[in-house]
Design a protein around this ligand. Structure first.
Ligand SMILES: Nc1ncnc2c1ncn2[C@@H]1O[C@H](COP(=O)(O)OP(=O)(O)OP(=O)(O)O)[C@@H](O)[C@H]1O
Length: 254
């Protein structure tokens, strides 16, 4: 068995994913990438460049045609569907655009659902902190249909954070949010990385969201065409330069 360095949260090794039909589309073309633990990476690129496919393959929601994906030391290709589902419940958080909230459950029940399914008991103080920081304290008894799109997105984020998963995969986490809610959500994702050593991989078109990441990967035609690491100082300078944007520090104080 190959040696997996401890510091790697997710690794893609020559991952290829094509979609069939008469004229097959190569959505991912032998992509290799490593996502170190305790980092946030933004995945950007034009429409159709393979961002969602990369996210789905990395998260074990889609299986590559060839190549390998590992979460920590676990090779996803070796897992049955059942084991893959268990791994996703216990070790992975998802913030996807089609919120996947359960309409029959209220906000609190939706937030606690992944923990219940994984048989975990999240720390009540942490649940309270997450709920407060996403600004849902007064909405816990509401059903998803009684919330705005932005509020539903915040429920999805709270739900992804409460189990403190190793890796949080986000697809346009700020897509449905106003500037203020987006800053609160990005700040929360950032503190999951900085304070708890979690790993965030987010697909985004939003430069503000990308400015919270340590690294930006750019995809084009199913390949990584740029891989930019950014220092904390660069991130903060970029956040300060973005009009109407509150810095993470300012958000924390506010
Ligand atoms: N289920 C599918 N069946 C056929 N082709 C697909 C399927 N899913 C994605 N594709 C194709 O694979 C390529 C990559 O799609 P993907 O959704 O990963 O791109 P994306 O960068 O996330 O795009 P967007 O920014 O528009 O969401 C595109 O050409 C897309 O049409």
């Amino acid at each position: 068995m190959p040696l997996i360095p401890d510091g790697i949260a997710v690794a893609l090794e020559r991952v290829r994913r094509t979609y069939g039909g008469d004229r097959p589309v190569v959505a991912l073309d032998d992509v290799s990438a490593v996502f170190p633990r305790g980092t946030a990476t933004a995945v950007m690129g034009p429409s159709g460049s393979g961002k969602s496919t990369l996210l789905h393959c990395a998260a074990g929601l889609d299986r590559p045609d060839s190549g390998r994906v590992r979460i920590g030391a676990t090779d996803l290709s070796s897992l049955s569907e059942k084991k893959l589902t268990e791994l996703r419940r216990a070790r992975v958080g998802f913030v996807f655009q089609a919120f996947n909230l359960v309409g029959a459950l209220n906000v609190e029940q939706n937030i606690l659902l992944p923990s219940r399914l994984a048989g975990l008991r999240p720390d009540p103080a942490w649940v309270e902190e997450v709920v407060r920081r996403v600004g849902l304290g007064d909405r816990l008894r509401h059903r998803p249909a009684q919330l705005s799109g932005g509020q539903q997105q915040r429920v999805a984020i709270a739900r992804a954070l409460v189990t403190r998963p190793e890796v949080i995969f986000c697809d346009e986490p700020t897509g449905a949010l106003d500037t203020r809610s987006a800053a609160a959500v990005l700040d929360l994702l950032r503190s999951a990385v900085d304070a708890y050593g979690q790993t965030v991989v987010m697909v985004t078109h939003d430069p503000v969201a990308a400015s919270y990441a340590d690294r930006v990967l750019i995809l084009a035609d199913g390949r990584i065409v740029r891989d930019m690491e950014r220092s904390g100082a660069e991130r903060i300078a970029e956040q300060l330069a973005l009009p109407g944007h509150r810095t993470p520090a300012a958000t924390r104080e506010g």
